[in-house]
Design a protein around this ligand. Structure first.
Ligand code: HEM
Length: 224
């Protein structure tokens, strides 16, 4: 690829874009997980958190960046995989033997996470914006949409909770490889730091997986 081709049309540029959008999505996941902890502590606080997420202007801007980031991440993943296969078909086949399951199945786990997201956004985000959600009172005595009941009712269905558990395990696998790979793509590859970054990536994916998995498991079993 020529140097004149421009950063984002080159394979290196695409790697950077993948890494930056991936790390942005990681930070979104952390904020989303922290917000969801209110499901355990206080239904009113959780409803106030979802209202904040849906109405705060700064969050709206972040939402647009998030959607663009998601699309860029997905399109780049497809382009990068095609370019890798076309450039080095033999090396690609050999790499299969020497690489981890996580790294070889980024496309598969990413596609399942995308399918999960369609279900997730339909049941919560779409429901919040356009569905018929019952109103309750917030901490100031004003009307607020009761997303708490929507979420726990969803998790009380075994098939729905089951899909979340499977999707979260695959999300963990995707993050476990993606996190350290993103740092390498932006040039942070060093004998001294790479093992620490890998450990950090694994710790992050375990935290995200166990954190998100805990909600469907807790609310499913607490009704029995
Ligand atoms: C399992 C626990 C989860 C719960 C209880 C949960 C709950 C919710 C709720 C209630 C909303 C709608 C209100 C809002 O915007 O905050 C929402 C939105 C969203 N969730 Fe989740 N979520 C979970 C996991 C995830 C995961 C694992 C992902 C990503 C892989 C994700 C991605 C999103 C996205 C992208 C939105 C739309 C955000 C926006 O722009 O408003 N969620 N979630």
């Amino acid at each position: 690829m020529s140097n004149n081709a421009g950063l984002f049309s080159s394979s290196l540029g695409r790697k950077y874009l993948m890494a930056i959008t991936g790390l942005f999505l990681c930070s979104f996941l952390l904020v989303h997980l922290i917000g969801n902890v209110a499901l355990y502590t206080d239904p009113v606080k959780f409803n106030e958190y979802t209202r904040f997420m849906s109405s705060n202007p700064l969050i709206r801007v972040m939402e647009i960046i998030l959607v663009v980031g998601f699309l860029a991440h997905i399109i780049d993943a497809v382009l990068l995989t095609k370019a890798n296969k076309a450039a080095q078909p033999v090396k690609y086949a050999m790499d299969k033997k020497n690489s981890s399951w996580y790294s070889r199945n980024m496309g598969l786990t990413g596609s399942i996470i995308l399918a999960f997201l369609v279900l997730h956004l339909q049941s919560f985000w779409y429901q919040y914006k356009f569905g018929e959600v019952v109103y309750v009172l917030d901490s100031n005595g004003e009307s607020i949409k009761d997303m708490y009941t929507i979420v726990i009712t969803a998790f009380q269905q075994s098939w729905y909770a089951g899909i979340y558990v499977i999707a979260m395990v695959l999300l963990g696998s995707h993050l476990n490889h993606g996190f350290q790979s993103a740092f390498q793509s932006v040039g942070l590859r060093h004998k001294k730091y790479t093992p620490t970054i890998k450990k950090l990536g694994t710790a992050f994916s375990v935290l995200i997986t166990l954190g998100f998995i805990s909600f469907p498991i807790y609310f499913y079993f607490s009704q029995l």
